[in-house]
Design a protein around this ligand. Structure first.
Ligand code: SF4
Length: 244
C-alpha cells in the first residue's frame, strides 16, 4: 500500500471515529447538575444573545482528525461554547486563543464566532476536561471523572505528539489519565514534561510525546497580565516545534 493511500485511509478512520465519539458526547446526560445548568442557561440566555438559539448540550471536540497537537481546556463557557456549540467559540477566551493559533499556523483565521464561520484547524484538535458548562466554571471532581472517558478516547484515536494543557485542571486530568503519580510534576506556565508512553501509546514507544502546560486564556488571566500575548505565542511555537 502506498504511503499516500495509507495516510488517506488513516485520516478517514480517525475522522469517522471522532465523529462517532462526538455524537456520543453530544447526547450525554451523565451529570445531572451540569445537564440542568447547561439547559437552564440555554433557556434563560444572556440579554446580548436573546435572539440566538443556544446549543445547550455537551460541546464535542473540534479540529483536525490527523492532529499531532491536542489542546485540553477546562469546560465550556456558559455563554460561549454552550451558546455556539464549538470549543472556545464566541467568548473572550476564544478571542485570545484563536488569534494565537492563527499566528502559529494552527488556525485558518483568527476569529471564532459560530460553528459556520469557516474556521479550520490544522494539525491541532481541541478537547476539554468536561464537556458541559459548569456553574461558576467549576466542574466537580465527580463530573470530571464522569467525563474523563471521552478525553481518553480522543487521545487514543489521535495519539498526539504534544498535549497542551490549558490550566491546572486539564494538567491534573492528563496526569490521571496516564497514571502519573510523580509529585515532582507541577503545573506552571511553560512547564514541559515527557509523557510516559507505556499505556495509551503502546504501539508508539519509540516516539516522544510531550505534555506542555499553559495558563488558561480566561479573562481572569489575560486581563490581569498573568498571561500575555507573548507568553501565549511562545507556547504555540513550542508546541509546533515539538510536534515535528
Ligand atoms: S460533563 Fe461530560 S459526562 Fe457530564 S454530562 Fe457533560 S458530557 Fe456527560
Amino acid at each position: 500500500m502506498s504511503g499516500t493511500i495509507a495516510l488517506r485511509i488513516g485520516t478517514m478512520t480517525n475522522k469517522s471515529k471522532l465523529e462517532k465519539l462526538n455524537q456520543e458526547i453530544i447526547q450525554c446526560r451523565k451529570c445531572a447538575r451540569l445537564v440542568a445548568w447547561r439547559e437552564e442557561v440555554a433557556r434563560v440566555k444572556r440579554k446580548a444573545y436573546i435572539d440566538q438559539e443556544y446549543w445547550g448540550k455537551p460541546v464535542p471536540g473540534f479540529g483536525d482528525p490527523t492532529a499531532r497537537v491536542v489542546v485540553v481546556g477546562l469546560a465550556p463557557g456558559a455563554h460561549g461554547s454552550n451558546r455556539t456549540g464549538r470549543n472556545f467559540t464566541g467568548d473572550a477566551s476564544g478571542a485570545f486563543l484563536y488569534p494565537a493559533l492563527y499566528r502559529a499556523g494552527f488556525a485558518s483565521q483568527p476569529t471564532a464566532e459560530s460553528r459556520s464561520d469557516g474556521l479550520i484547524l490544522k494539525d491541532l484538535y481541541i478537547a476539554a476536561s468536561a464537556r458541559c458548562a459548569p456553574p461558576g466554571n467549576k466542574p466537580t471532581l465527580e463530573e470530571l471523572d464522569n467525563c474523563q472517558p471521552y478525553l481518553e478516547r480522543d487521545l487514543e484515536i489521535l495519539k498526539p505528539k504534544v498535549i497542551v494543557c490549558l490550566g491546572r485542571v486539564a494538567f491534573e486530568r492528563i496526569l490521571k489519565i496516564y497514571g502519573i503519580r510523580n509529585s515532582k510534576l507541577k503545573f506552571a506556565h511553560g512547564a514541559l514534561y515527557k509523557l510516559n508512553t507505556d499505556s495509551l501509546y503502546a504501539d508508539l514507544l519509540n516516539t516522544e510525546h510531550w505534555l506542555l502546560c499553559s495558563y488558561h486564556p480566561s479573562q481572569q488571566n489575560t486581563l490581569t497580565g498573568k498571561l500575555t500575548v507573548k507568553m501565549f505565542d511562545d507556547i504555540w511555537m513550542k508546541a509546533k516545534l515539538l510536534s515535528k
